[in-house]
Design a protein around this ligand. Structure first.
Ligand SMILES: [Zn+2]
Length: 92
């Protein structure tokens, strides 16, 4: 029996002030839960901070986004798409 929680379909939610956003990995945006037209790009000042909080990393080679456990050693992770090293951009 598999556990029902978590898994690849779980969308991380990040709270910024009064607004809740979920991470849309395909569009590389945080989208307002109650208003999808309101979004924050991963590749913006605020978006990078929100990526850090939710464990979202974006591959610099192929631009694929993934959610990485903050417990993992990020320096050693590779993109599951192109195998480039995933170094969190916020730390640069
Ligand atoms: Zn990649």
């Amino acid at each position: 029996m598999e556990e029902k929680q978590g898994g690849p379909w779980a969308l991380p939610i990040v709270q910024v002030g009064p607004t809740q956003y979920f991470a849309d990995l395909r569009l590389r945006q945080f989208r307002d839960v109650s208003n999808p037209h309101n979004y924050v790009d991963f590749d913006s000042e605020q978006g990078r901070q929100m990526c850090e909080r939710t464990g979202v990393v974006v591959c610099r080679e192929c631009r694929m986004a993934a959610i990485i456990s903050t417990a993992l050693k990020r320096e050693e992770l590779r993109c599951m798409n192109c195998l480039a090293l995933l170094v969190p951009r916020v730390r640069l």
